[in-house]
Every structure is written in structure tokens, then in C-alpha cells.
Design a protein around this ligand. Structure first.
Ligand code: NAP
Ligand code: GCO
Length: 266
């Protein structure tokens, strides 16, 4: 067999959560390029309309569903609709996520809980909803979008780091519990990627100079650049395809080397 055929997603049905834009959109585009039929969700009409237009412009016949991934009833309804309209989900990408940058002692319990609800509880809810279909089908791929904060902390991101650290371990546990059903659950840990989520960290200063955090990240990244959502496309196809059938419980960091690097000598 030609090894490249192992990367084909022809005939597969993929659900990418929060894929109206940003990393999710790029991953959905990649899976479509590899042959998958795409389903995605978001919460508002404005983003849905813009996303459907953007997918159409890329020549992708993506189906959009309104769903708040923290709401189990909405998730079950969406999964049932996808199974009716497209078929049983082969690939689930738990991408939807938020961050709140607040010093921990100033963060309210509700704010902490909201981040954990979306970034950790929702991947549990989504995975619990799609695994039964994967078991019946005899295979499945779950890809959890983790973070460098699955490994490292920094000021103001306590809830996010706690959630993404938990998501790393949820990934390993799903891999452990469902590997016997030929379901592989892995994570992608993006480094610092230029999307709306990190826009506040890259905004130029009033005098036109670089945002200090922008300069900091470039100095900490061997690749000396921010990542682009496109940098995640190949890794996503790999983990969604037969090419990774014996990869399970792994977090693939796509970070330009930042986690490997102690940083430039001052
Ligand atoms: P983004 O641009 O802020 O997009 C986040 C997406 O999640 C949006 O489509 C948003 O949809 C959706 N979402 C948020 N809460 C939701 C909910 N309750 N139900 C359904 N959808 C919801 O973020 P991004 O940078 O693309 O990040 C995507 C994922 O990668 C996140 O999990 C993030 O933590 C992770 N990540 C990002 C980076 C980075 O540097 N950008 C690095 C590592 C990991 P709405 O429009 O409805 O809000
Ligand atoms: C931050 C950033 C990071 C990135 C990403 C890094 O405020 O430090 O938002 O958390 O989003 O998660 O991998």
C-alpha cells in the first residue's frame, strides 16, 4: 500500500467544535482537504453565517450546527442530528475553548468555573456523546486541543492552565479506557498561534512598537515567530487518519520548539 493513502480521510465524518474561525476552522479545512465530510458548531448566527460563507469560499460543504458544548442536552441533540444527516461521527476534534487572563486572587469562582466548563467539562461531554457511535462503528479518533499550558503555567491564566492540564489527562484516560475499541484519543498542544484568542497579546503599543508579550514569545520560540493556524493542519490530519492508528494518549506539541527551549542568554 502507498503510505500516503493512510493519511486519507475519504468517507470519514468529522465534527470540529468551535470551528467558525481560528484554529478550529483551519483544522476543519485540513480534514476536508483530506476527504472528510465536515460538521462544525458555534453559538451565534453572525459567526455561523460568516463561517458557512468562508467554508463555501474554500469549496468545503461544511454543515454548521448551533450548540453550546457545555450543555449536554444541546450536545446530544447535535450529535443525533449529525448522525441522521451525515452518519456516525468518525473523528471528533474538541477545539472549542476560551481563556480569561485574570490574576488568580482577583478571579471570581464563576469566572474560574466558566473556563473549566468550556475547556475541560465540554470535551468530556462531547466525547461521552460520540464514543458509543464509534464503538458500534469499530473505530474512532478523538483529538483534544490542549495547550502549552497543559505543561506550563504563567501569570493570569490559572483557570486555563488547570483546565488544559486536566484535558491532557482526560486525553490519556480516554485513550486508556477505549483503546480496546480501536478508538485513539490524542491531543494537539499548539504553541502561541495568531488567532482572535491571542490578539490582545499581539496588539501594537500606542507608539506603534511591538506588544512586550509579542516580543517575549518570539524570544522564547526557536522558530522566532508566532504559529499560524495552518501550522496545525498537517498534525491534525495525521492524528485523524489511519496513519496514527497505533498512536494513543499522546499530546503532539506544535509549538515551534518553545517547550524545548530554555530561552536566549540575556
Ligand atoms: P478562538 O479564536 O477564540 O476560537 C474559539 C472558538 O471556540 C470559537 O469558535 C468559539 O465560538 C468557540 N467556543 C467558545 N466557547 C464555546 C462554547 N461554549 N460552545 C461552542 N463553541 C464555543 O480560539 P483559538 O485560538 O482558535 O483556539 C481554539 C482552541 O485552541 C482553544 O481550545 C484554545 O484554548 C486552543 N489553543 C489556542 C492557542 C492559541 O495560541 N491561539 C494555543 C493553544 C491552544 P463562539 O464564536 O461561539 O464564541
Ligand atoms: C496566553 C495564551 C496561551 C495560548 C496557548 C499557548 O495567554 O498565555 O493565550 O494560553 O492561548 O494556550 O499554548
Amino acid at each position: 500500500m502507498n503510505t500516503l493513502n493512510k493519511f486519507s480521510l475519504e468517507g470519514k465524518i468529522a465534527l470540529v467544535t468551535g470551528a467558525a474561525y481560528g484554529i478550529g476552522f483551519a483544522i476543519a479545512e485540513a480534514l476536508a482537504d483530506a476527504g472528510a465530510k465536515i460538521a462544525f458548531n458555534c453559538r451565534g448566527q453572525v459567526h455561523m453565517d460568516a463561517a458557512l460563507k468562508a467554508y463555501e469560499e474554500k469549496g468545503i460543504d461544511a454543515k454548521g450546527y448551533f450548540c453550546d458544548v457545555t450543555d449536554e442536552a444541546q450536545v446530544k441533540k447535535m450529535v443525533a442530528q449529525i448522525e441522521e444527516e451525515l452518519g456516525v461521527i468518525d473523528i471528533l476534534v474538541n477545539n472549542a475553548g476560551i481563556i480569561k487572563r485574570i490574576p488568580m486572587t482577583e478571579m471570581s469562582v464563576d469566572e474560574f468555573r466558566q473556563v473549566v466548563d468550556i475547556d475541560l467539562n465540554a470535551p468530556f461531554i462531547m466525547s461521552k456523546a460520540v464514543i458509543p457511535g464509534m464503538i458500534k462503528k469499530g473505530h474512532g479518533k478523538i483529538i483534544n486541543i490542549c495547550s502549552m499550558m497543559s505543561e506550563l503555567g504563567r501569570e493570569t491564566v490559572s483557570a486555563y492552565a488547570a483546565a488544559k492540564g486536566g484535558l491532557k489527562m482526560l486525553t490519556k484516560n480516554i485513550a486508556s479506557e477505549y483503546g480496546k475499541y480501536n478508538i485513539q484519543c490524542n491531543g494537539i498542544g499548539p504553541g502561541y498561534i495568531a488567532t482572535p484568542q491571542t490578539a490582545p497579546l499581539r496588539e501594537p503599543q500606542a507608539d506603534g512598537s511591538k506588544h512586550p508579550f509579542d516580543s517575549f514569545i518570539i524570544s522564547k520560540t526557536p522558530a522566532e515567530r508566532w504559529g499560524d493556524p495552518e501550522d496545525l493542519m498537517g498534525p491534525a490530519v495525521f492524528l485523524a487518519s489511519d496513519a496514527s492508528d497505533f498512536v494513543n494518549g499522546h499530546i503532539l506539541y506544535v509549538d515551534g520548539g518553545i517547550l524545548a527551549y530554555i530561552g536566549k542568554q540575556p
